[in-house]
Design a protein around this ligand. Structure first.
Ligand code: ZN
Length: 119
């Protein structure tokens, strides 16, 4: 399948990434990352072709700040890295299609988040 444009908004910064529509055999859906602690929509990942559609999957993941303050709330197997854009239950846990499409600045951010978690 050919990659398609996806608009990614992270903490107010916008990116347009060319993302494969499937990851690990699962379809990649538009989604809003909502922090269950501070209730902020800290990231928005929406297929450009669906920007005017009303439905986006709601994903309850802690933002980086809340995860740093409440690490005991992170699930070690299911949602271990607070603030990660890669965490996606509908793609089997990790959205590798998104990782493959990320520009260097987002890959570096993910790398730092994962290093902090696993140190
Ligand atoms: Zn938060």
């Amino acid at each position: 399948m050919a990659a398609e444009p996806m608009q990614v908004t992270l903490l107010g910064k916008q990116f347009v990434l060319m993302v494969e529509p499937f990851s690990g055999g699962y379809p990649v859906y538009s989604g809003l990352m909502v922090c269950p602690v501070c209730e902020a929509v800290w990231a928005r990942l929406v297929w450009s072709s669906l920007l005017d559609k009303p439905y986006k999957e709601i994903r309850g993941f802690m933002c980086y700040s809340c995860a740093a303050e409440n690490p005991h709330y992170l699930h070690p197997d299911l949602r271990p890295v607070g603030g990660s854009l890669l965490d996606n239950p509908t793609t089997g846990g990790v959205n590798y299609a998104l990782l493959d499409a990320m520009p260097e600045v987002l890959v570096r951010r993910e790398f730092q988040l994962h290093l902090e978690f696993y140190k």
